[in-house]
Design a protein around this ligand. Structure first.
Ligand code: ACM
Length: 264
């Protein structure tokens, strides 16, 4: 499976412009099976009021942004996983929408909101899901979900071979932590982060780039730098994530002693 990440600096509030940039990049590359794009990468990240976010958020799969991405995934015959602000009757979610070859496959709503996201977004209320894309089981989590190992573990237990991870990282630790998420779950991971900065609330946030793809043994298969706007394309063998054995006596998921683990 050929994975593609587009790391860029979205312009706040300019959805059409950001979508046009995404379209230009994705249509320029042949043979990518699955594209992973950053968190909230059509709207931008920082909001100063609920009204501001309400104006930019859209319904999925009904809205303009979703239709555009669905058509794009059909045109390039690929999967697309992209972070977006999702409007619903119950609130606005920090979500990731999933498409494959012109089909809308579903949505993941971020469980663990970071910092001031808590002011305007509603946290997801559903267990993270695994989506089949090009025959591969792909789990989805968003940015700060990384610091809760339960998120990646839940996806691995549901059969994820790859964890797609749209992000707007500001803390420096995540790229290291994702190596561990790979090892402890024997999964591939693809973190698609943004670059640039936003200073709309009086507090400047600098996004750390460093998008990366890791293999099932915690090795980086590819990485972008902190400030470069670029694409990263890596070929993975997802079958490697199906074998959870560590040696002849140990199996990563089979050896769990879940009855002894703390369960609230
Ligand atoms: C984050 O969750 N956007 C840091």
């Amino acid at each position: 499976m050929k994975l593609g990440i587009y790391q860029f600096d979205p312009e706040w509030g300019k959805k059409k412009h950001n979508l046009a940039r995404i379209e230009e990049k994705l249509t320029n590359e042949d043979n990518v099976d699955l594209w992973i794009l950053p968190e909230l990468c059509t709207t931008g990240y920082q909001f100063t009021s609920q009204q501001e976010l309400n104006k930019l958020a859209e319904k999925f799969p009904a809205g303009f942004t979703s239709n555009h991405l669905q058509n794009l995934s059909s045109y390039i015959k690929a999967g697309i996983i992209i972070g977006a602000a999702e409007k619903t009757e119950h609130g606005i979610y920090n979500s990731a929408a999933i498409y494959e070859n012109g089909e809308y496959k579903g949505i993941y709503r971020k469980l663990h909101l970071y910092y001031e996201e808590n002011k305007y977004f509603t946290p997801g209320e559903a267990s993270p899901s695994v989506f089949e894309i090009k025959g591969v089981k792909v789990g989805v989590m968003i940015c700060f979900d990384w610091i809760f190992p339960e998120t990646a573990r839940t996806l691995a237990l549901k059969g994820a071979q790859l964890i797609a991870h749209p992000a707007n990282l500001v803390l420096p630790y995540c790229p290291h932590a994702m190596l561990i998420r790979s090892i402890e779950n024997k999964v591939f991971t693809a973190t698609a982060n943004r670059i640039g900065e936003e200073d709309r609330t009086g507090e400047r946030l600098q996004f750390i780039g460093n998008s990366q793809i890791t293999d099932v043994q915690g090795k980086r298969l590819g990485k972008l730098s902190r400030n470069e706007e670029n694409i990263l394309i890596v070929d993975i063998n997802p079958e490697k994530a199906l074998d959870k054995s560590i040696n002849q006596y140990n199996d990563l998921l089979g050896d769990r002693r879940s009855k002894f683990y703390y369960n609230e």
